[in-house]
Ligand binder design. Structure first.
Ligand code: AR6
Length: 185
């Protein structure tokens, strides 16, 4: 695990299963339908139970599909986390379709939604780097840079922001990006 303090908030990188995190909100890498899916989305709905999907259905009725880069919030159901923030990352199409900017928006909009709901601890999975095929190395740089910039701007708003990586390989990639961005090493 690595941990650093940024203007009164902790930024943590760790391996693990995000459904087991004891934070106020976990982020779901969903799809625009908000009706569930595979990967981390499937794991969150399985562990959290049917209340999450019921709320997603209500959101769909009111707002329609969720565009990539946007975020919405529901209860955490049976999860340890009180809330789930659902976002939709970009599908990787080779990098010519604004994928990087959309990924950055996804992280930023999740942080905005958390902040506006008074949430002080949040955990992210590696958005878009599974089924959506965004290269992990690039995604790691965007995730860390966006979170770092956010915590520097909104000083002390969050107690902690955690990236929960599912594999050791992904964790190592995130740590090496983190060292480059934060320690400039
Ligand atoms: N905890 C933490 N990370 C996880 C977990 C877990 N329990 N399970 C998987 N991951 P993906 P995407 C990692 O495919 O690329 C879904 O079907 C996984 O190893 O879940 O944004 C949605 O419904 C990878 O590093 O999300 C969408 O249709 C990361 O989570 C689509 O996939 C993201 O992989 C979204 O694709």
């Amino acid at each position: 695990m690595v941990k650093i303090e940024i203007e009164g908030s902790q930024l943590i990188l760790d391996t693990g299963d995000i459904t087991q995190e004891r934070v106020e909100a976990i982020v779901n890498a969903a799809n625009s339908s908000l009706m569930g899916g595979g990967g981390v989305d499937g794991a969150i709905h399985r562990a959290g139970g049917p209340d999450i999907l019921e709320e997603c259905k209500e959101i769909r009725k009111k707002k329609g599909k969720l565009p990539p880069g946007q975020a919405v919030i529901t209860t955490g159901g049976k999860l340890k986390a009180r809330y789930v923030i659902h976002t939709v990352g970009p599908v990787w199409h080779g990098g010519q379709k604004n994928e990087g900017e959309v990924l950055k928006q996804a992280y930023r909009n999740c942080l905005d939604l958390a902040r506006k709901n008074g949430i002080r601890s949040i955990a992210f999975p590696s958005i878009s780097t599974g089924a959506y095929r965004f290269p992990v190395d690039r995604a790691a740089g965007i995730a860390i840079d966006t979170i770092y910039t956010y915590l520097s701007k909104y000083k002390g708003v969050f107690e902690k922001v955690k990236m929960v990586l599912y594999t050791e390989a992904d964790y190592n990639i995130y740590v090496s990006k983190y060292n480059k961005i934060i320690h400039k090493s």
